[in-house]
Design a protein around this ligand. Structure first.
Ligand code: PLP
Length: 385
């Protein structure tokens, strides 16, 4: 069996069609989109077309799309941009305990500047209840940021319901849709969101590029000053090739999303059912409101890191949570927020499937993991197998 990549929530390989669409903009069409001559006009044209594509896929208008360097910048821009633009209206921001650190740390960074932050709890499946959001809202709440689906446990949040509550209250609502772009239908009208961020490299596009939807009439204080690009909301010469790649990747994902979700859900459930046969194993996240490609389990009496090293020896690339926290010994803030103990959370394993995943790969993984789990448990002083 050749190498198996099961970490698509961390990043995805770029599709050939995406690379092909991008290549001219690294070569003959190298112009600066702000220039008036032919090279510039053609680069500008490519940007316009990409913006139209992204806008259409989100049910938005072209002038509501801001191109960014990815999901982290999108979250930072939405949160800090709203905070600085509307601070005279109020200084209270609401988010959840299971957000990606791009959101969580952006919100928390504002505390130093006198903002008041409410971090909402989640239930044992990782769901934020709309009622909890409603209770947290105050007259001075200017922004609520709740992710569409979680990158570690795959739980999909009731964004539409939460959005309706936030809108009714008169605050702005941002959702981090990095894990759902290209997977679920993202119509910003249906979702009741004012701001939505996404990233190309999570959907078979290039790294270092993304988009932020910002509803017409919503002001954003820019993070990056120095030019009139992106309607004065983000200065800097546009990443034309990257933006073209993002639009292409989104377009392809949309075309294939129905059939691919069905295929992945079948593989996901085969993997979950197989892993559940291992004793003292817990599946994390909702089994109902779940991304089609996410499997997250805890094996009691095992360290996630030793599991990963053993899987790597068998040619399987996986994660113990998020790519951002591996390398640190802290257990996942997501699993802790869901009520898992430190000890159990340490034994977590995330397998995220993708376009390359086959049934043969799932069966190989299901053949190797029980052996590794048993071997590691035999070495654990806590395990009485
Ligand atoms: C990957 C990820 C991000 C960060 O996106 P980048 O483009 O890597 O900066 C933000 N939120 C979620 C949910 C993610 O999975």
């Amino acid at each position: 069996m050749s190498k198996i990549y099961m970490d698509h929530a961390a990043t995805t390989p770029m599709r050939q069609e995406v690379l092909d669409a991008m290549l001219p903009y690294f070569g003959t069409e190298f112009g600066n989109a702000s220039s008036v001559y032919g090279w510039g006009r053609r680069a500008h044209q490519a940007l316009d077309e990409a913006r139209d594509t992204v806008a259409e896929l989100l049910g938005a208008a072209a002038n509501e799309i801001i191109f960014t360097s990815g999901g982290s910048e999108g979250a930072n821009m939405a949160i800090k941009g709203i905070a600085w633009a509307y601070q005279t209206k109020g200084k209270h921001i609401v988010t959840s305990a299971i957000e990606h650190h791009a959101v969580l740390d952006s919100v928390l960074s504002l505390k130093k500047h006198g903002f008041d932050v409410t971090v909402l709890p989640v239930d044992e499946e990782g769901l934020v209840s709309p009622a909890t959001v409603e209770e947290a809202l105050r007259p001075d709440t200017i922004l609520v940021s709740i992710m569409h689906a979680n990158n570690e446990v795959g739980t999909i949040q009731p964004i539409r319901e939460i959005g309706a509550i936030v809108r009714e209250h008169g605050a702005f609502f941002h959702t981090d849709a990095v894990q759902t772009a290209g997977v679920l239908d993202l119509n910003v009208g249906d979702l009741n969101v004012d701001l939505l961020s996404l990233s190309a490299h999570k959907l078979y596009g290039p790294k270092g590029v993304g988009a932020l939807y910002c509803r017409k009439g919503v002001r954003l204080e820019p993070l990056i000053h120095g030019g009139a690009q992106e309607r004065r909301r983000r200065a800097g010469t546009e990443n034309v090739a990257g933006i073209v790649g993002l639009a292409k990747a989104l377009e392809l994902a949309r075309q294939e999303q129905g059939a691919e979700n069905e295929r992945l859900t079948t593989l996901r459930d085969r993997l979950i059912q197989g892993l559940q046969k291992i004793p003292a194993t817990k599946v994390n996240g909702s089994l109902v409101h779940r991304l089609p490609n996410n499997v997250n389990v805890c094996f009691q009496y095992i360290e996630g890191e030793s599991m990963l090293l053993n899987l790597d020896l068998k040619g399987i690339a996986a994660s113990s949570g998020s790519a951002c926290t591996s390398g640190s010994l802290d257990p996942s803030h997501v699993l802790l927020a869901m009520g898992l103990t430190h000890e159990i959370a340490h034994g977590s394993l995330r397998l995220t499937l993708g376009r390359s995943t086959t049934e043969t790969e799932i069966d190989y993984v299901l053949q190797e993991i029980p052996v590794i789990v048993e071997r590691l448990r035999q070495m654990s002083p806590l395990y009485q197998g």
